[in-house]
Design a protein around this ligand. Structure first.
Ligand SMILES: [Zn+2]
Length: 170
């Protein structure tokens, strides 16, 4: 799947995102449901909840953004956030990912990466979810079927198709 992503990431961000946009409901904010979805998903696929070392996290970020043809963001570990519920933050303006010390979870790094890849979707909507699930499939190894079932169960946008050209390349 990682080799596939290397070939197809730009299609995912282009045609895939364009297709996902047609499933978007711009009036809805999915943040709370998405958090529950991630909890359930990584209870089943614990690799997502594994804490990485800094070097490993930076290497993961470099792989994701290089494949996507985007500038690789900085990773800064911080003491914490005002809201204790928050463990990570995507600083879009300065192209950096902030993660609380001790919270360098694999899924969290991918989640904040998805925010930088599709910064226009602030509501964890269809476009964000589309890119996020592609990252979870590629870099956590979750099967598409498991992702789609759980997205549906949590009332989230569940478009998971690969763009046509990417499917041919895969
Ligand atoms: Zn988020």
């Amino acid at each position: 799947m990682q080799a596939w992503f290397w070939h197809s990431a730009k299609f995912v961000l282009g045609e895939g995102v364009a297709a996902a946009l047609s499933f978007d409901q711009p009036e809805r904010d999915y943040r709370a449901a998405l958090c529950r979805f991630e909890d359930a998903l990584f209870a089943r696929y614990p690799e997502g909840h594994r804490i990485m070392g800094e070097a490993e996290a930076r290497a993961l970020i470099t792989t994701v953004f290089t494949a996507c043809g985007r500038k690789v963001p900085a990773l800064d570990l911080v003491a914490g956030f005002a809201d204790p519920q928050v463990g990570g933050y995507a600083d879009i303006r300065r192209n950096r990912i902030l993660i609380e010390e001790g919270c360098l979870y694999r899924f969290l790094v991918l989640h904040e990466s998805a925010h930088l890849l599709v910064p226009t979707d602030h509501r964890h909507g269809a476009v964000f979810t589309y890119v996020l699930q592609m990252l979870y499939r590629t870099f956590v190894g979750v099967p598409e079927r498991a992702i789609r079932d759980l997205l549906l169960r949590h009332g989230l946008p569940s478009y998971t198709d690969l763009p046509q050209d990417a499917r041919l390349a895969a």
